[in-house]
Design a protein around this ligand. Structure first.
Ligand SMILES: [Cu+2]
Length: 153
């Protein structure tokens, strides 16, 4: 009983511990001269994670389509943020594109593309854990029956 409760707690606690907030550009933030192609390398962005853009008043954050990202076109941004500290929730798998709309900044490298992957990469191993625990007491009971049968004969 105690073991089953402990396993259940582990299963419930595990997914919550995985959400990560990425500070775009780390301590430098979202700024001219940042290299965000390098910054994303080696990072896995998962649904439930967040991006934090820190920037001053000379910059903004526009979420744009891939085409507008490629062309540094902020004319029809999907969303615009200019509060200086913007948290973006990565709520769906797929690609997201961000540029700074200040003239010249995107062309100078102030552009960020992230690929968001679905959560639950470890889920195939999860179902095996609950199915193991009910069989363990039954095996023990069968084993005890066998011992009883042997010792009584
Ligand atoms: Cu800028």
């Amino acid at each position: 009983m105690g073991l089953e409760a402990a396993l259940l707690l582990l299963l419930l606690a595990a997914p919550a511990a995985l959400a990560v907030q990425y500070i775009v550009g780390d301590s430098a933030g979202w700024t001219s001269g940042g290299d965000y192609e390098t910054w994303v390398q080696g990072k896995t962005f998962t649904v439930g994670d967040t991006l934090l853009f820190n920037y001053d008043g000379t910059h903004s954050v526009d979420e744009v389509s891939k085409n507008n990202y490629d062309n540094c076109n902020s004319g029809n941004a999907l969303r615009t943020h200019n509060d200086g500290s913007t948290v973006i929730a990565l709520s769906n798998p797929g690609s997201m594109y961000f540029i700074c709309p200040t003239i010249g900044h995107c062309a100078g490298g102030m552009k960020l593309a992230v690929n968001v992957v679905a959560a639950g990469g470890s889920s195939p191993s999860t179902p095996s854990t609950p199915s193991d625990s009910p069989t363990t007491p039954r095996n023990n009971a069968e084993w005890l029956d066998t011992i009883a049968a042997i010792s009584s004969s």
